[in-house]
Ligand binder design. Structure first.
Ligand code: SAM
Length: 227
């Protein structure tokens, strides 16, 4: 079966979805599992690298899903035509790589109703993308697996302008409403790490005051919400 992390991604794909693209699919485990569980779903697995691309082709063949999963080699959303899918998943990459992929493919995002994103780091850049490109954050989660902590952020296009506070961008507007165990665990870890980084930064010959101020603000947000 899927990892706990990819299972969460799978569970955040809305039930009405009929076609979705998984970008950076590696072995195409996610589209294979979704298609096995949902007989009416069609998927596209995108990969920019030859190795993972061939792994995906092989996996789809051995799952006998070649009729329903199209594996494509190419960069980001460039493998998609307009209005081909109603949902896109991007998992297991850094938040800023994910937002770069989205920004470079804005033209195919028209008609895409749901973006299920699982950044390994830097989820806040995805929330900033939501503000900049008028997406609403409709779901989030923080999960712990094998000692690693992952965040998930689900976006949908919004008719009206979107705004989130600095604290919401940092900690997640949905997570702030539904804090779970992994959320507390993640932010406690970050808290102690940031505190010690600040101490190191203060000892520099020319301390980066702006960065220190930013970290202090983040520490304060964590204090308000986690302790
Ligand atoms: N999505 C899978 C998961 O969550 O387990 C695989 C994650 S793997 C760490 C990241 C994958 O993204 C790699 O296979 C890499 O080749 C692919 N990738 C990185 N940049 C990409 C891009 N611009 N377009 C398509 N795939 C990309």
């Amino acid at each position: 079966g899927l990892s706990k992390r990819l299972n969460k991604v799978k569970d955040m794909i809305p039930h009405e979805v009929q076609t979705f693209a998984d970008i950076g699919s590696d072995h195409a485990y996610l589209p294979c599992q979704v298609c096995l569980e949902r007989p009416n779903v069609f998927a596209i697995a995108g990969e920019v690298n030859e190795g993972p691309y061939h792994a995906a082709v092989h996996q789809v063949e051995s799952a006998q899903l070649t009729e329903r999963i199209d594996v494509r080699l190419g960069d980001g959303l460039q493998i998609l035509e307009n209005r081909e899918v109603d949902c896109i998943t991007i998992a297991g990459m850094g938040g800023s790589l994910i937002t770069n992929i989205l920004k470079q493919g804005m033209h195919v995002l028209e008609g895409v109703k749901t973006l299920v994103l699982q950044p390994n780091i830097d989820a806040s850049s995805i929330r900033q993308f939501a503000i900049d490109y008028q997406y609403e954050i409709i779901n989030e989660d923080v999960i712990l697996e094998d000692g690693y902590i992952y965040e998930l952020v689900v976006l949908t296009p919004s008719d009206t302008s979107v705004d989130y506070t600095g604290k919401q961008i940092y900690l997640g507007p949905v997570m702030l409403q539904s804090k779970n165990k992994a959320f507390y665990q993640k932010w406690k870890q970050v808290y102690y790490k940031k505190k010690s980084i600040i101490e190191q930064m203060k000892q520099a010959k020319q301390p980066n005051e702006l960065k220190i101020k930013e970290f202090k603000q983040q520490i304060q947000w964590i204090e308000e919400e986690v302790f």
